[in-house]
Ligand binder design. Structure first.
Ligand SMILES: Cc1cc2nc3c(=O)[nH]c(=O)nc-3n(C[C@H](O)[C@H](O)[C@H](O)COP(=O)(O)OP(=O)(O)OC[C@H]3O[C@@H](n4cnc5c(N)ncnc54)[C@H](O)[C@@H]3O)c2cc1C
Length: 423
């Protein structure tokens, strides 16, 4: 049986059923890419647009991993920004100003250029889950205004929350009109289609089993081999190439989503009149948005032990109802989970294992925008402009014990934050 995407709202509404062949035999390319999520596909498309010969292998199907399962929230910036600035100082602050919205620009340009239908809606909100979180949100709002973003951000105080959301669960928030939400699987498939249109060779059901750099770089699968000048490891959680600086760097962590049956127009307008994507301000956060066909897509409940709960629908529904009691009786049509790649510093890891073997991973649940930023940084480095990659390589990460021990340590750390969230 050919592989299918995980059973989700996204798989049920995908608009591209292209199947790519399995890699058989040897192909030659300038760039070999491992992984058919946003990291790999966005790199393949960028390099193919620039005239490079690209070959990409995906273990399952394009968009099979986190990129085809996520909350679809297109959020500005990177995770771990304050740590990045603390480590890199002014050059880091300057780089962040330059790249913060770069993923949005790339995605929007591609949607327009390649006619990718992925339901992009602008408007994203961080909602204060505790009244004390408003101090940080106000401070962040001021910082964003000072960095030139005043024209597209808004501060919402407690007394204004009912104008933007039909719930009393929040104490205010911060709205960014340049961020928003989209159908991530259709975006990923659309970018793969665009890359193939530029001549990129894409192979599904072709897990890479070996990667080598050096004088004659290659990527090997059970049935084939790509010989290339450069190798890019796109994404990371779970595959077997975590060596050197990647050893113990990212820990796969479960995150889960439910998607309700369509709700009627009046109720949808009451609950989320501006169709905002919303993430709450807790460290262990919940997030939600409306789909194009007026379903509430609600995610959260990170499981840092990396063990999935039994009945996702039952586990997640009470969280949804605690925010929107009016959805108590609405059916849950889909429930699924995926793996977020958590890095202790929260800063995405982008760099080189060898001069011609690149990696990008560890977006900490903040990857729709950030994968596209990382893909461009790596592509620029391959093309000879490595300033940003050099900066990312200066970041000192903290390795964790690999496997279950690492996840239990992380779970323990996050328990502390969860208790803080509750206070
Ligand atoms: C439930 C959930 C909700 C999320 N919500 C959001 C959100 O709302 N907003 C946001 O910005 N981010 C969100 N994220 C995070 C975001 O989805 C990820 O950061 C992003 O998709 C990472 O993309 P990637 O390409 O690096 O990894 P992936 O999409 O996981 O792609 C990696 C690919 O590599 C393939 N692969 C692995 N090993 C091999 C091998 N040996 N050979 C070939 N291929 C291989 C996998 O099959 C996979 O398809 C969420 C994540 C999850 C799980």
């Amino acid at each position: 049986m050919p592989e299918a995407h995980v059973n989700s709202y996204y798989a049920a509404t995908l608009n591209d059923t292209t199947r790519y062949p399995r890699l058989e035999g040897t192909v030659k390319a300038d760039v070999a890419v491992v992984g058919g999520g946003f990291s790999g596909v966005a790199t393949a498309l960028t390099m193919a647009e620039r005239g490079y010969r690209v070959a990409l292998v995906e273990e399952h199907r394009v968009g099979w991993g986190a990129s085809g399962r996520n909350g679809g929230q297109m959020i500005y910036g990177l995770s771990g920004e304050s740590n990045l600035v603390r480590q890199l100082g002014e050059p880091g602050r300057h780089m962040l100003r330059e790249i913060r919205y770069r993923g949005h620009d790339i995605i929007e340009e591609r949607i327009a250029r390649y006619g990718i239908e992925c339901d992009l809606v602008r408007g994203w909100m961080e909602a204060a889950a505790r009244s004390k979180h408003m101090a940080g949100i106000r401070e962040h709002y001021e910082e964003m205004c000072a960095s030139g973003h005043a024209d597209h951000i808004e501060l919402v105080e407690r007394d204004g929350i009912r104008d933007v959301l039909g719930t009393d669960a929040y104490h205010g928030g911060f709205i960014d009109r340049r961020s928003g939400h989209l159908h991530p699987l259709n975006l990923c498939l659309g970018e793969a289609r665009a890359a193939a249109g530029h001549g990129a060779m894409i192979f599904e059901e072709s897990p890479a089993t070996r990667i080598e750099g050096g004088a004659k770089p290659f990527v090997e699968t059970a049935h084939g081999r790509i010989e290339a000048a450069h190798v890019v490891i796109g994404g990371g959680a779970g595959h077997p190439f975590q060596r050197g600086p990647l050893w113990g760097l990212t820990l796969p962590t479960g995150s889960y989503i439910i998607c309700t049956a369509p709700i009627d127009e009046g109720l949808a307008r009451r609950l989320n009149p501006q169709s905002l994507a919303v993430a709450d301000s807790n460290v262990v956060l919940d997030y939600f948005r409306m789909t194009k066909d007026r379903r509430m897509l609600f995610g959260g409940r990170c499981n840092y032990t990396n063990r999935d709960p039994g009945d996702l629908g039952k586990t997640m529904k009470p969280r949804l109802v605690s925010v929107f009691p009016e959805l108590r009786d609405v059916a849950v049509d889909y429930a699924w989970g995926g793996r977020i790649d958590i890095v202790i510093t929260r800063i995405p890891a982008v760099g080189r294992l060898e001069p011609n073997v690149y990696y990008m991973q560890g977006y900490c649940g903040h990857g729709v925008n950030a994968t596209h930023i990382a893909a461009e940084i790596v592509s620029d480095a391959i093309c000879g402009t490595a300033e940003k990659l050099d900066l990312f390589e200066k970041i000192r990460h903290i390795p964790m014990p690999v496997g279950a021990a690492g996840n239990y340590l992380l779970a323990l750390g996050m328990l502390y934050y969860r208790m803080k969230d509750m206070l």
